[in-house]
Ligand binder design. Structure first.
Ligand code: ATP
Ligand code: MG
Length: 127
């Protein structure tokens, strides 16, 4: 959960959806990303026009990092969070229901097993 989810008091609402769906929360912690960690976490986006804004946003306040376990977790969670651009995200998805912004879009989720392995390597240092 990104800083906007924490500051807006949406941690419970978001986690609740995953619990209700049947995912097991195997790790969870509120942490603050340093600039270094945020840049490493989003390194595939380095050089894109929104990179600096993204890093600045991700370090603007605490986040809640969590690891979910369950059937087809990557695919199902991505479907539950909705499209990257919240205004385009379908109603019933997390971004569709809780955000109208593009940078502040409530939540991150790994988009492949390979991304998970890489991202977990970065974030688990904060656990
Ligand atoms: P995330 O990686 O955060 O789970 P995502 O996989 O849906 O989101 P990405 O394409 O990986 O989307 O982009 C990473 C993040 O960068 C987005 O969640 C959003 O916060 C920001 N972002 C992406 N595209 C734009 C854009 N065109 N303008 C501003 N910010 C953007
Ligand atoms: Mg992504």
């Amino acid at each position: 959960m990104k800083p906007d989810a924490v500051s807006r008091g949406l941690i419970g609402a978001v986690i609740s959806r995953f619990e209700q769906k049947g995912f097991k929360i195997v790790a969870m912690k509120m942490v603050k990303m340093s600039k270094n960690v945020a840049e490493g976490f989003y390194s595939p986006h380095k050089g894109k026009p929104f990179f600096a804004e993204l890093v600045s946003f991700m370090t603007s306040g605490p986040i809640v990092a969590a690891v979910l376990e369950g059937n087809s977790a990557v695919e199902v969670v991505r479907r539950m969070i909705g499209a990257t651009k919240s205004p385009e995200a379908a109603a019933g998805t997390i971004r569709g229901d809780y955000s109208l912004a593009i940078t502040a879009n409530i939540i991150h989720a790994s988009d492949s097993e390979e991304s998970f392995e890489r991202e977990y390597g970065v974030i688990s240092k904060l656990f």
